[in-house]
Ligand binder design. Structure first.
Ligand SMILES: Cc1cc2nc3c(=O)[nH]c(=O)nc-3n(C[C@H](O)[C@H](O)[C@H](O)COP(=O)(O)O)c2cc1C
Length: 230
C-alpha cells in the first residue's frame, strides 16, 4: 500500500528530477561551506557495489577556483587536447548523434549562435573551462582498481550531488570536458596515481537571466527506455 507520505516523497523526488537542469551561467556569489557540506552529507548516502563508496571530491573555491581556471587556460592555449583517465565515447551514431545534436542546437539557439558558426560554438565550448563563471568546481575521482563499476558508483554519487544541490537552490553542471584535462587536475589537486578523474561539477547560484539557462532538455518515453517481458 502506498501511504500519503509516500506520495509526498514521490512528488518531491519527481519535482527535483524534473526541474533540475545543467546551469551554464553562474552568478559570483559563493555557496556557504555549511551548504556545500549539507549537499555532501546527502550525496554520501549513495549506494555502491559492496558499499565500496569509491568516490572522492576535491572542491575548489574562491582563489583556488581562479587558479584552476588559469591552469586550464594555460594548458588549453595550444588547443583543447583530450587527455581523460577514462575512455571517452569513440563516436555518437544514430539516436545518440541525433540527441547530442538536438541538445547542442538548443543551447546555440538560446545563445543566438547560428548553425555552422564554428568560431562561436568553439568559444562556447571553451566556457566549460572557466566553469561558466561558477565560484566552485568539484572534481570527482574513483579508485583505479574498481574499474567500470567504480565509475558507475561515482555516476550515482554525481546525480545525488546534483539533486541535493538543486534541493538547496544551488545550480550545477556535470562536465566531462573537465575530465579531458585530467593531467592538469592531477597536478593541481595533487591526485595520487590510484585515483582516476571521472567528471567535474561546477556549482554555485544560477544567473537566471542568462540566455544559456533559458531552455530545458527533454527525455525519451517509457516505451523507449523500458522493455517489459511477461
Ligand atoms: C557525465 C556527464 C558529463 C557531462 N559533460 C558536460 C560537459 O562537459 N559540458 C556541458 O556543457 N555539459 C555536460 N553535461 C551536461 C549534459 O549536456 C546535460 O546533462 C544533458 O544535456 C541533459 O540536460 P540537463 O542536465 O539540463 O537536464 C554532462 C552531463 C553528464 C551526465
Amino acid at each position: 500500500m502506498t501511504s500519503d507520505s509516500d506520495d509526498a516523497a514521490t512528488a518531491t523526488l519527481e519535482r527535483l528530477l524534473s526541474t533540475r537542469w545543467s546551469c551554464r551561467a553562474f552568478g559570483p556569489d559563493p555557496v556557504p561551506r555549511t551548504e556545500i557540506e549539507r549537499v555532501l552529507d546527502i550525496a554520501r548516502r549513495t549506494p555502491s557495489w559492496c558499499n565500496t563508496q569509491p568516490w572522492h571530491v576535491h572542491i575548489a573555491s574562491g582563489r583556488r577556483t581562479h587558479e584552476l581556471r588559469a591552469a586550464l587556460a594555460a594548458a588549453l592555449a595550444d588547443g583543447p587536447a583530450e587527455n581523460a583517465d577514462l575512455p571517452f565515447p569513440s563516436s555518437y551514431e544514430g539516436v545518440y548523434r541525433d540527441r547530442r545534436r538536438a541538445s547542442g542546437w538548443q543551447l546555440y539557439e538560446s545563445l543566438g549562435i547560428e548553425k555552422g558558426d564554428r568560431a562561436a560554438s568553439a568559444q562556447q565550448t571553451l566556457r566549460n573551462f572557466d566553469f561558466f563563471d561558477a565560484p566552485h568546481v568539484a572534481i570527482v575521482t574513483t579508485d583505479r582498481d574498481l574499474g567500470t563499476y567504480g565509475a558507475v558508483d561515482c555516476g550515482l554519487f554525481v546525480n545525488n550531488f546534483l539533486l541535493a544541490a538543486h534541493s538547496r537552490g544551488i545550480a550545477s553542471i556535470p562536465q566531462a570536458a573537465l575530465a579531458a584535462q585530467a593531467p592538469v587536475l592531477r597536478e593541481f589537486f595533487d591526485l595520487p596515481d590510484d585515483r582516476l578523474v571521472v567528471v567535474g561539477i561546477s556549482f554555485g547560484y544560477a544567473d537566471d537571466d542568462h540566455a544559456a539557462n533559458g531552455y530545458r532538455t527533454d527525455r525519451q518515453s517509457i516505451a523507449d527506455v523500458a522493455t517489459f517481458v511477461g
